[in-house]
Design a protein around this ligand. Structure first.
Ligand code: NAP
Length: 294
């Protein structure tokens, strides 16, 4: 197996390269300064040089707020470039693992989203990611699209880091309590992807190509997530003062992009096909804080 990992500076991409290295896998990883995914001829050149047996795309335009101001840029990275990459994979008969998001849904479903539920993104980022899924499907047949949610890793910006910084600087804060989802540790996404890669490699007759949900459990609101991060950071004495965290509705937290109220993903398909279980975000928060303390 020879992996080409794109986006190795991102939260998930970083973990992918780290874990591939630890497992002794043969891989070639590029970050955005080494390979801009919107530079189609360069992507083709790297593809030729590396000659991978599997491609993992961890690149993305992920700034949900900024995407409202520059939807074209989000589309370029999250869809047009992805279509180009999928086309290269198809031409070379190489499977593609691509990452997508719960934001392809509008969040109005009462219950868990399954992979085949109707999509209806409600912000520019979600629209660009949905267009990316469609570009994969239109350009190649051998793909796994992993839809995940609320990602936090040790590298890069995320909600956990923001909360830890706020706990240090503030005595009181408000957090949205009417949006529910599954926080997902970036390292667990990387493990799931490498497990999928192993299955694809060991089963040349694999035919369950398609979209798969993967997230952390249990699902919580941002407010409940913030409380858990706070409790863990108090317990581990990263934070030694009281911080009052109050719930507010999303309508009171002004943002450019609207976010889905319900992002709960049903995980039975990935369990059945790849034997991958939900990420346990609570224990990863403990590990995260221990790592932070070091
Ligand atoms: N973050 C979340 O909460 C979340 C939730 C659901 C799904 N997802 C999806 O999960 C995947 C991984 O997300 P993440 O949190 O790891 O994102 P991330 O930390 O923002 O990483 C994305 C990486 O893509 C790179 N990139 C952006 N434009 C590029 C370009 N033109 N060429 C090459 N690389 C480019 C970025 O480079 P720079 O380092 O130069 O910026 C960054 O390193 C994405 O597909 C995302 O849509 C994320």
């Amino acid at each position: 197996m020879k992996l080409l990992i794109l986006g190795s500076n991102g939260q998930v991409g970083h973990c992918l390269a780290e874990q591939a290295e630890k497992k002794g896998l043969e891989f070639y990883a590029t970050n955005s300064s080494q390979l801009d995914i919107t530079d189609y001829s360069k992507v083709a050149e790297v593809f030729r040089q590396v000659n991978p047996s599997l491609v993992i795309n961890a690149t993305a335009y992920t700034n949900v707020e900024k995407a409202e101001d520059e939807p074209e840029k989000a589309l370029e990275v999250n869809s047009k470039s992805v279509g180009n990459l999928a086309g290269l994979c198809s031409k070379n008969n190489v499977p593609l693992i691509h990452i997508s998001t719960d934001y392809v849904f509008d969040g109005t479903k009462d219950g868990y989203y399954q992979e085949n539920d109707p999509v209806n993104p409600i912000n520019s980022y979600g629209k660009s990611k949905l267009a990316g899924e469609q570009a994969v499907i239109a350009n190649t047949g051998r793909y796994v699209i992993l839809r995940t949610s609320w990602v936090f890793g040790r590298h890069g910006k995320n909600f956990v880091k923001t909360m830890l910084n706020l706990f240090k600087s503030r005595d009181e804060l408000t957090v949205v309590s009417d949006q529910i989802g599954g926080p997902t540790f970036a390292g667990d996404i990387a493990s799931a992807i490498l497990r999928i890669a192993e299955v694809l490699e060991s089963r040349p007759d694999f035919s369950d190509w398609g979209i798969f949900n993967f997230s952390g459990k249990e699902d919580v609101s941002w407010f409940e997530f913030a409380k858990s991060i706070y409790e863990a950071s108090r317990q581990k004495q990263l934070i030694t003062k009281d911080v009052s965290i109050k719930p507010i509705p999303a309508s009171m937290f002004k943002t450019k992009a609207t976010r889905p109220q319900n992002s709960k993903l049903d995980l039975s398909k990935i369990k059945n096909v790849f034997d991958i279980s939900a990420s346990d975000w609570k224990s990863e928060i403990d590990n995260y804080i221990e790592h932070y303390l070091q």
